[in-house]
Design a protein around this ligand. Sequence first.
Ligand code: SF4
Length: 279
Amino acid sequence: MKNIYLCAISNVSSGNCSEDCAFCTQSSFNKVEIKKYKQKDIDVILKEAKMAKQNQASGFCLVTSGKGLDDKKLDFICKVAKKIKKEIDIHLIACNGTASLEQLQELKKYGIESYNHNLETSKNYYPKICTTHSWEERYKTCLNIKKSGLNLCSGGIFGLGESDEDRISFIESIVELSPVTIPVNFFHPNEKLPLENKIFNAKEGLKWIKYLHQKATKSVIMIAGGREITFKDKWTDTLKAGANSIVIGNYLTTKGNNSLDDIEKLKKEGYTIAEHCSH
Ligand code: SF4
């Protein structure tokens, strides 16, 4: 029986991002109409964390829009982490963009246990989807995360117009970093985004999950954004292909499945839900 790790995310600040990532609805370059705010109320975040725990999530991720951490953002995430940890036993992940070793060490002091920073795609293809910062800068943050003693979560997104060669190269870089968790996203098309308005093919998706699983044998493979639109009601096929974790509930700016329906489907198909994070 396969044990599945559930993770929930909270967009604690949304939109108005200075970066031009082509796949992202939060970039100010992409003019997508989304809810924008600087800081979600701490009590609202706490309520979401409690709901995540109730829905059997073993991890809860605090995500902010924007290029990276500054003093104000760092202070806010530390405050939120401290408050959640005081009340709930849940593994806390932060996802706040570019971060220095010192900033990451500070997060760790306040209860953050993992940090998510995706490479997104291959080194060669990255300049085609983002010109405001480099892939190398992303890689550097991943190295800082490892150095800080936080668990590294790093993966990316399929369906940005990248070639198979790019996918192989991206997976090689991820394997090199050996993350504890590899979040795998599938592009969610939106007519306001400067990319082809195309849903990633499910068969291709399964092929790349299998490939990733063969290469990254020690990592948890977590299926994140785009699960519902690429795989529809066949999303548990991703678990057969090698994934062992999913994001439940809503995403940053798009709606996800109902968490209870997902849990019911997992149980019906013989999966068990992990009570604690693997790390
Ligand atoms: S840096 Fe993050 S929030 Fe900003 S546009 Fe890129 S992916 Fe979106």
